[in-house]
Design a protein around this ligand. Structure first.
Ligand SMILES: Nc1ncnc2c1ncn2[C@@H]1O[C@H](COP(=O)(O)OP(=O)(O)OP(=O)(O)O)[C@@H](O)[C@H]1O
Ligand SMILES: [Mg+2]
Length: 340
């Protein structure tokens, strides 16, 4: 089945994900949580990964970082960071790269801060576990100054240093997680639902913090989330996932102005608007059993423009604009790649 959506190869890709498949073994068969995704991330770029619950966003993040736990397994693929395929590295080598090159702010991270440890100790642990011996080693004072600097960078007051997680609000805890993620100046940060489970005002504050960190450090980011409006403010491009596949990937403005995959269109139409009191559009139809995807297009059961072709042949990715790729048969004759 080929529904890969990929971008034209930019000159400075930090990350290249090719044909990544991550399945979970269950008694009823494998759940194809991530089923052949392809995308690239440029140096300094921020990519939003959106899609409904269960479409495979967190599993994709875990796959990239080689953190998939049984019953999950990486079935195939390449995850190239600065050209090096991470999937061929030993666990020891990967452990060195996590935090220092690639940092993950996992889903629900703020609730997994150690309740018995003061904030500074949790940040300090990240710094210490990756500190090399010899001349690179930081003194206790340097570590303290670095932690205070990190807290300032995420907009937290210095008094947080001595506090315990239970003394902080959700938004503050989330910003501590961002401080931990940037502690070692990684090249890539993956933030999984960092703004979910927070009230709207705090969501905005955390989003602003992410934006600030991105501008200060020039770090590349993958931001996983549901809120398209919030995404629009902090990412450069958006990849839309459905049932383990990326069905559309494009610049934010194209996703909003010209949503092209029928699923992206439904996502955009479902954003409530105060200006126009339109009835909320719901994505009707049943989803398929993730262990037994239908032949053809994975979106066929819910697609408003489904045809017989969609029920038998998986759509290829069509590059409909310079940086907009859509896996849908409706764009078969509009592939700009064929005209150049
Ligand atoms: N440990 C597991 N065992 C079996 N199936 C799993 C496991 N973890 C995830 N899955 C399945 O893999 C699919 C993708 O899950 P994943 O958590 O990656 O989705 P998600 O897009 O991150 O969802 P959410 O938005 O709710 O966080 C789902 O069908 C889910 O039920
Ligand atoms: Mg998730």
């Amino acid at each position: 089945m080929n529904t890969k959506v990929s971008q034209p190869s930019p000159t400075t890709n930090l990350l290249e994900v090719k044909d990544l498949r991550v399945y979970y073994e269950t008694p009823g068969g494998d759940i194809l949580a991530v089923d052949s995704i392809d995308f690239e991330l440029k140096e300094g770029e921020t990519l939003g990964l959106v899609g409904e619950s269960g479409c495979g966003k967190s599993t994709a993040a875990m796959g990239i970082l080689q953190l998939v736990q049984p019953p999950g397994r990486i079935v195939s693929g390449e995850v190239r960071l600065q050209g090096k395929d991470l999937l061929t590295l030993s666990e020891g080598k990967m452990r060195q790269l996590r935090w220092s090159k690639l940092a993950l702010i996992p889903q629900g991270a703020m609730n997994s801060l150690n309740p018995t440890m003061r904030i500074y100790r949790q940040i300090q642990d990240v710094i210490l576990t990756h500190q090399t011996t010899g001349s690179d080693k930081l003194s206790a004072d340097q570590i303290k100054n670095r932690i205070l600097e990190l807290l300032r960078m995420v907009g937290l007051p210095e008094r947080i240093y001595q506090m315990y997680p239970h003394e902080l609000s959700g938004g503050m805890k989330q910003r501590v997680c961002i401080a931990m993620a940037i502690a070692l100046n990684p090249s890539l940060i993956i933030a999984d639902e960092s703004t979910s489970a927070l009230d709207v005002v705090v969501q905005r504050v955390v989003a602003q913090t992410i934006l600030r960190v991105k501008q200060m450090l020039g770090v590349s980011m993958i931001i996983i989330g549901h809120d398209m409006g919030l995404m629009a403010q902090i990412v450069d491009r958006i990849a839309v996932m459905y049932a383990g596949k990326i069905v559309e990937i494009a610049a934010v403005r194209d996703i909003f102005n010209n949503p092209s995959h029928p699923y992206t269109q439904l996502l955009i139409e479902s954003i409530p608007s105060l200006k126009e009191q339109k009835p909320l559009k719901v994505t009707e139809g049943l989803t398929h059993d993730p262990r037994h995807p239908p032949p053809g297009c994975i979106f066929q059961l819910r697609c408003p423009i489904v045809t017989d072709q969609c029920r038998s042949i998986a759509p290829k990715a069509h590059l409909i604009r310079v940086e907009q790729s859509v896996a849908c048969h409706a764009y078969e004759n509009t592939d700009v790649a064929r005209t150049v």
